[in-house]
Design a protein around this ligand. Structure first.
Ligand code: CA
Ligand code: CA
Length: 106
């Protein structure tokens, strides 16, 4: 991917992370516990059940080496997912927003 395409994509991901509900729901498949679980397993490169920032960065972001701005945005979204702030995303933490949303529905 070229820088010109990566920067808007990073910006868009950051934008989504800021809003509780993504504005472009029509463009994204509905997030379910199943789909998020499989996404989590994809990110967990070494399959230890925990996603580190490096794993998250590698799978979810296409930052060029040395692209600090992209890394910073990735870090911000990672920190939102890392609910207890221990630097690791567990499946439990990753599913929390999905579960909260499904509970909110009647
Ligand atoms: Ca891992
Ligand atoms: Ca955590």
């Amino acid at each position: 991917m070229k820088i010109a395409t990566i920067v808007p994509v990073c910006g868009l991901l950051w934008f989504w992370s800021v809003l509780a509900a993504p504005p472009a729901l029509a463009l994204t498949p509905l997030r379910t516990v199943e789909s998020q679980t499989s996404l989590f397993r994809t990110m967990d490169a070494n399959r230890d059940g925990r996603v580190t920032f490096e794993e998250y960065l590698a799978k979810k972001w296409s930052c060029q080496p040395g692209d600090q701005r992209c890394r910073d945005l990735a870090r911000k979204t990672f920190q939102k997912l890392d609910i207890n702030g221990d630097g690791i995303i567990t499946l439990e933490e990753y599913l929390a927003p999905v579960k909260a949303r499904s509970k909110a529905k009647p």
